[in-house]
Design a protein around this ligand. Structure first.
Ligand SMILES: Nc1ncnc2c1ncn2[C@@H]1O[C@H](COP(=O)(O)OP(=O)(O)OP(=O)(O)O)[C@@H](O)[C@H]1O
Ligand SMILES: [Mg+2]
Length: 462
């Protein structure tokens, strides 16, 4: 059915009322006040009909639209106003329906975007912090919460300095807000635990060019820095260790060239020393290569079932002539029912060699070395004890560090070690999941290492 427009409806209803009024006036003027009551009733009925029409066509739809708008303001976007006709009110209602639909679509995509951003921030390993233009925290991600031990709830609205006690970071973020320029910096933050961060802070500037704050990405580079330091230290140590014998060789060569070569006895003695230094250099390079091989993350153990008793026996055989020479006794106490273990035979042999070599070096003439092989709580336990000077208590942990030697001037019969033997042994044992440590027995030093059996081995044992 074709419905008149709102404007037509209103004009017609007022026109009808006006017409009725004019007719009433003429009627009264013509008939006198005889029918005044009937005229008033007639006008009242006509007004009521007009009022109803106005209510039905104008007020009711407007009420419906007000209720819809209120619902929209409350976030209830599932509304649909019934549209009846094609008048102005219906057009307005249809526009409200479209508005609600668009708003709902926008809300959905905003939510999706927010969820995506949250998921990214959550999965990031780097800490992220965002401040508003007044320097107050508006967001931190879970990595930040974890690293600095602070919750979003506690950090929100606070200044960066109140959450991270770092003046350097605080002034960096303030500078970004002030200068509207990104800044990259490496900063050490001491609390809750000393850590070093590479920080990239960028101003938050909207499309309208208005600055709304700053966001900083903080990458924990503590481990990388430590590795860098270790590498530098290692290079410095290696250079130093190489330089010492080379300087010595160079010195003797110069003396020989300066004429000492003429004296056959002196020349022979110098050449002997130079040979010792060259041997030392060769040993150092060999040990460095062994060490580098073990420290390489890609190193794979060549595991096979081996008998520790047998390996120990072979290692002792190797040192028997040297022990005889020095009149040092080596006792090997094996564990007869020791089950075989899965291990890298060559590496295990290297551990025995390094420990027995040290024991012979440090045991005085006439001393005793005891090698005990035992089985304890699912681990094979090996100890190598000697009757040497023992290890000073402050060096007991450090002797496993690369190039660490207790007393470089200690008189020894080998022309000086490289200080890498125990570091190699430690790496080798740890690659097998075992532990190695040193103790003082009162009579000398004892080095103990353990090797765990895996589950298959445990089953075989019983
Ligand atoms: N049995 C021991 N008794 C006393 N001190 C020891 C013993 N074993 C090792 N040390 C001390 O620990 C230091 C480190 O030993 P490590 O085996 O790593 O190096 P090194 O024996 O000096 O050299 P390398 O073994 O590379 O030839 C030694 O220099 C020595 O001072
Ligand atoms: Mg050694």
């Amino acid at each position: 059915m074709l419905k008149p427009s709102m404007k037509t409806c209103t004009v017609v209803s007022y026109f009808v009322l006006f017409l009725l009024f004019v007719i009433a006036v003429f009627f009264v003027a013509y008939t006198g006040y005889k029918y005044i009551g009937a005229v008033i009733v007639l006008i009242a009925v006509a007004t009521a009909i007009t009022a109803y029409l106005t209510f039905a066509r104008l007020i009711k739809p407007i009420e419906e639209m007000i209720s819809a708008a209120v619902k929209m303001a409350k976030g209830m976007l599932e509304i649909e106003i019934n549209i009846d006709g094609n008048d102005e009110i219906s057009k307005l209602a249809s526009s409200i329906n479209v508005l609600a639909k668009r708003l709902k679509q926008n809300m959905v995509s905003i939510n999706e975007e927010r969820n995506r951003a949250n998921a990214i921030l959550k999965s990031m390993g780097d800490a992220v912090i965002a401040l508003d233009r007044n320097g107050c925290i508006i967001m931190i991600n879970p990595a930040f919460e974890k690293i600095f031990g602070v919750s979003t709830k506690k950090a929100f609205g606070k200044r960066a300095i109140e959450v991270i006690r770092s003046y350097e970071l605080d002034s960096m973020l303030r500078a970004v807000i002030k200068n509207r320029q990104p800044v990259d910096k490496e900063i050490k933050i001491l609390l809750p635990s000393p850590k070093e961060f590479k920080i990239h802070a960028t101003p938050l500037v909207g499309d309208d060019g208005i600055m709304s704050g700053v966001v900083a990405l903080m990458r924990d580079i503590t481990e990388r820095k430590q590795l860098e330091n270790m590498r530098n230290e290692f290079v410095a140590n290696v250079s130093h260790e190489l330089r010492t014998p080379l300087t010595s060789i160079n010195g003797f060569l110069e003396t020989l060239l300066d004429g000492a070569v003429e004296d056959a006895e002196v020349a022979k003695r110098f050449l002997g020393i130079m040979k010792k230094e060259t041997d030392r250099l060769t040993r150092l390079v060999d040990d460095l290569l062994k060490f580098a091989k073990l420290a390489d993350k890609k190193f794979v153990l060549n595991k096979q079932k081996i008998d520790i008793n047998e390996i120990a026996n072979q290692a002792v055989q190797l040192f028997t002539p040297r022990a005889h020479e020095k009149n040092v006794k080596i006792n090997l106490n094996i564990h007869k029912s020791l089950p075989k273990i899965e291990a890298d035979k060559d590496l295990l042999m290297q551990v025995f060699i390094n420990l027995i070599d040290n024991a012979i070096k440090h045991t005085p003439v006439g001393g005793v070395i005891n090698i005990n092989i035992d089985f304890d709580n699912d681990v094979a336990k090996v100890s190598v004890s000697d009757t040497g000077p023992g290890i000073p208590i402050n060096s007991i942990k450090r002797i496993f560090e690369r190039f660490y030697r207790i007393d470089k001037s200690r008189n020894r019969d080998d022309g000086g070690g490289t200080g890498l033997g125990l570091a190699i042994a430690k790496h080798a044992v740890e690659l097998h999941g075992g532990k190695i440590w040193a103790e003082n027995t009162g009579k000398g030093a004892v080095f103990i290492f353990t090797l765990p059996y895996n589950n298959i081995e445990k089953k075989n044992k019983t």
